[in-house]
Write a protein that binds this ligand. Structure first.
Ligand code: SF4
Length: 202
């Protein structure tokens, strides 16, 4: 028995572009994140136990078994079960319990993550995962530190996910305020292909 805070059924384009397109995904989330991004859309769940304003989130916790979660996926004709909304890496034990049941029933399993993983957690989750989406938030170590992580470990995390044989999609969210900050931090001097591509699109 585990506790799940957020559960939603959506077309599986979200957040993957190339995993079972046109089908449906069941996405669940729990509490907590190792980052504290100021623009977090899911701050109510991700910042639980860190930001007192998010304490209300515990009122919405529901108990759910892996079996019930898979039944829900089947009843909504979902083809993919996704751990997202909070940072799935820090609640991997619960996600793996669901994924074991999901895989036994022929469903694909995926993570939507900040990519701040370790070799140990990748070894633990990879047997149960098919796809792994990673937010590459920027290409600045300084800005990553402000969010609570490091750029290098995210880049290493992307590499680890690929080496584990997972389908990996890397996404950079364009957040106007954040991008302005990146501009003022000297982004034009960072001519990495991803930064230039984002810049041209703004
Ligand atoms: S890593 Fe994701 S879930 Fe965590 S605070 Fe940042 S945006 Fe929110």
């Amino acid at each position: 028995m585990g506790m799940w805070l957020h559960c939603k059924v959506t077309p599986s384009k979200k957040p993957f572009s190339h995993v079972m397109p046109g089908t449906t995904a069941l996405t669940f989330g729990m509490l907590g994140c190792d980052y504290h991004c100021p623009y977090c859309q899911n701050w109510l769940t991700s910042q639980a136990m860190r930001d007192p304003a998010s304490d209300v989130s515990v009122d919405f916790i529901r108990e759910m078994t892996p079996q019930k979660m898979v039944q829900l996926a089947q009843s909504t004709k979902a083809s993919v079960v996704v751990s997202s909304y909070n940072e799935p890496l820090i609640t991997s034990e619960w996600a793996v319990e669901i994924f074991k049941e999901a895989k036994a029933n022929g469903l694909m399993c995926a993570y939507v993550s900040n990519g701040n993983n370790t070799p140990e957690v990748m070894k633990y989750i990879a047997p149960y995962l098919d796809a792994y989406k990673i937010d590459l938030k920027c290409m600045s170590e300084k800005n990553y530190r402000k969010l609570g992580g490091t750029l290098q470990n995210t880049l290493d995390g992307i590499k680890r996910a690929r080496e584990a044989g997972l389908w990996v999609e890397v996404v950079t969210l364009v957040i106007p305020v954040s991008m302005i900050q990146i501009k003022s931090c000297g982004m034009p001097r960072d001519s990495s292909p991803s930064n230039l591509w984002i810049f041209r699109g703004m």
